[in-house]
Design a protein around this ligand. Structure first.
Ligand code: GLC
Length: 609
């Protein structure tokens, strides 16, 4: 009898032990409580100054000459804004700079490492010779989540190679009005694209495990309704009822949170007159409560300054609304604005205007992410990652993205594909040999820059020369006046680089220079193909009629060969419009599902060979 009791006890203990260790959910909750223990442990040692320091994200231009402030205030995060740069913007230059900043952070009293954020929105676009991917308007046309995840994985490897920890991407705006200057940062007008491709980018950036050396933090942005403002005004007012706001702009955040995004950036826009950075209902009740977002909610660039009232009331309102970390550049004429932030928030806590529980919640979110990244153990750049920076393999992924982003709008008399043995091909148009126009905004400079000095890559002209037979004559006539010997003319035109509010444009007609070059080529009577570089659909009805073939190439980035891969028939067109293509400016906004929907090309349109 005794043996039986003994045996059943052994059996019971082993079952309990086995289930405790084998049941993944139990294992997970075990890890979670371990993590929370570490966070609580560290939090308990922190002074109020150090806690607020962790909530501070200072821009590198504001820190210039005061790097010791990083340890003095135990700054939690540092960023380089669109135009904040250093002397040496090579990958090594940035890695050395990162390690210098991190060394200061590690010198803080509690040695808490900082996390560094950068707008790696289409590759590691701040760094010379990084692989520059198509902007999201082109990635949206691929509809290919696996490819987009792979592209984000490559970007993560190149960001991590410079030490940096955090990409301010994906932008999951649902751009509803193409007059908006940030249309190209959005995957398209349908929330289905934000859901599908936003989640893919989150997974690509954050990898299998956040502690892996090439994993970086994703940042779903800009919450909420950035792409829905009236007239498409950047940082404007999104005037819709709550069901519409939820139907169009919230789905991408649900899938991004499900995909595990560790950070979300708040949007400048207002919703029905209330600025998002002061909207406690959406930031806390909806995002953190209903959607159960437990990561870091970060502000946009000096966005809290736009709240009514003085800086102190801006801080009170935004932190109490649910912001955990504030992005702080120096406003013009001000020094060390981040010190004012720390001083004023400390006052607010001491005056009981911001509860310490709100501070502790924010700091716990920040510390939890830092522990999950294992950054305490690996705070400095892993220099082995430099080996694949800008590599052929990485460029191949971008080239595939370019191929799949192209949308064929017209191809009469099988003008395309062009034979590689064509005797004489002439390229025309301002963007045929211009890497700056090919990449668009957010490339080295915030606004980007036309010309071939901005960064490395392959222009369309170079790609054509590499693609055709050795007997083919290739020439370039920018204004399209020298085409008399051509068998076919390739006219590459479109938008010149811009970013954010500088891209807000009421008139989306082609620039006169582009209209003129197309007219010159039309008058020659030669068959011609128009390749359009743009961050959005433009008004093209007349030029579409004149051209024999016409394709939207969006803002393809550094790998121009992805375009010739398709033009010469090595690959077929697969791209589909992520936007309804308007006939006229007056038709905008025009979106799939509208009543009397009559665009030039419908959402999801795209021809094939
Ligand atoms: C900008 C943008 C945001 C970007 C941030 C940092 O103003 O709105 O998308 O991540 O500032 O550069």
């Amino acid at each position: 009898m005794k043996n039986l009791a003994f045996l059943s006890m052994i059996l019971f203990i082993s079952v309990v032990l086995f289930s405790a260790f084998s049941d993944p959910s139990k294992k997970e909750s075990k890890q979670k409580s371990l993590l929370d223990k570490k966070v609580d442990e560290l939090l308990s040692q922190m002074t109020l100054n150090e806690k607020i320091g962790q909530m501070t994200q200072a821009d590198i231009d504001a820190l210039k000459g005061h790097y010791e402030d990083i340890e003095k205030y135990s700054l939690g995060s540092i960023l380089c804004g669109g135009n904040s740069e250093i002397e040496d913007i090579s990958a090594k230059g940035w890695a050395d700079f990162y390690d210098m900043l991190q060394t200061h952070a590690l010198n803080s009293r509690l040695h808490i490492p900082m996390i560094y954020g950068v707008d790696a929105v289409h590759g590691h676009n701040n760094v010379t010779n990084a692989v520059v991917f198509p902007h999201n308007v082109g990635l949206g046309a691929t509809r290919n989540a696996k490819l987009i995840e792979k592209a984000a994985r490559v970007t993560a490897e190149e960001v991590a190679a410079t030490g940096m920890d955090w990409a301010f991407a994906p932008c999951i705006a649902v751009a509803r009005n193409e007059h908006w200057g940030r249309t190209y940062e959005s995957f398209g007008e349908d929330p289905e694209l934000a859901k599908l491709l936003g989640a893919a980018q989150v997974k690509g950036f954050q990898g299998k495990k956040l502690s892996d050396k090439t994993s970086i933090l994703a940042c779903a942005k800009h919450f909420l309704g950035d792409g829905g403002t009236t007239t498409g005004k950047d940082q404007g007012n999104t005037e819709v009822d709550e069901p519409t706001l939820r139907k169009l702009h919230l789905p991408g955040y649900k899938t991004a949170i499900k995909a595990g995004t560790k950070t979300i950036m708040v949007s400048y826009n207002s919703w029905n007159g209330i600025r998002m950075h002061g909207n406690k209902y959406l930031l806390t009740d909806v995002l953190k409560g209903e959607l159960n977002f437990n990561g870091i909610l970060v502000s946009d660039w000096a966005a809290i300054d736009q709240l009514e009232g003085d800086y102190k009331s801006d801080i009170e309102k935004s932190i109490n609304a649910g912001l955990d970390m504030i992005m702080i550049p120096n406003p013009p004429g001000k020094e060390n604005n981040y010190i004012d932030f720390i001083t004023l928030l400390k006052e607010l806590v001491n005056e009981n205007k911001v509860p310490i529980s709100r501070i502790d919640d924010a700091v716990k979110r920040i510390l939890r992410v830092k522990f999950e990244m294992n950054i305490f153990e690996n705070p400095l750049t892993d220099r082995s990652l430099m080996a694949t920076f800008g590599s052929k393999e990485h460029r191949q992924v971008a080239r595939e993205c370019v191929r799949q982003s192209l949308v064929l709008l017209k191809n009469e008399n099988k003008t395309l594909p062009i034979s590689k043995n064509v005797k004489n091909i002439v390229l025309a148009g301002k963007s045929a040999d211009d890497i700056g126009n090919q990449c668009g905004g957010w490339t080295i400079d915030w606004q980007g820059k036309s010309g071939n000095v901005i960064t490395g890559g392959t222009t369309v002209l170079q790609a054509v020369k590499n693609a055709v037979s050795k007997n083919t004559v290739v020439s370039y006539s920018k204004d399209g006046s020298e085409v008399k010997d051509a068998d076919v003319v390739l006219v590459v035109v479109g938008e010149t680089p811009y970013a954010e509010m500088f891209g807000d444009k009421p008139d989306l007609n082609l620039a006169k220079e582009d209209v003129d070059v197309i007219e010159n080529v039309r008058k020659s009577g030669k068959p011609f193909v128009v390749v359009l570089f743009s961050g959005r659909p433009l008004i093209i009805e007349k030029q579409l009629k004149d051209a024999n073939a016409f394709l939207a190439a969006w803002l393809p980035g550094s790998e121009g060969a992805g375009i010739t891969d398709v033009l010469f028939g090595d690959f077929n067109f697969t791209g589909k419009l992520g936007h309804s293509w308007p006939k006229t400016n007056e038709q905008i906004p025009i979106n799939v599902g509208d009543k009397n929907y009559d665009p030039l090309f419908k959402y999801s349109f795209g021809l094939k060979y």
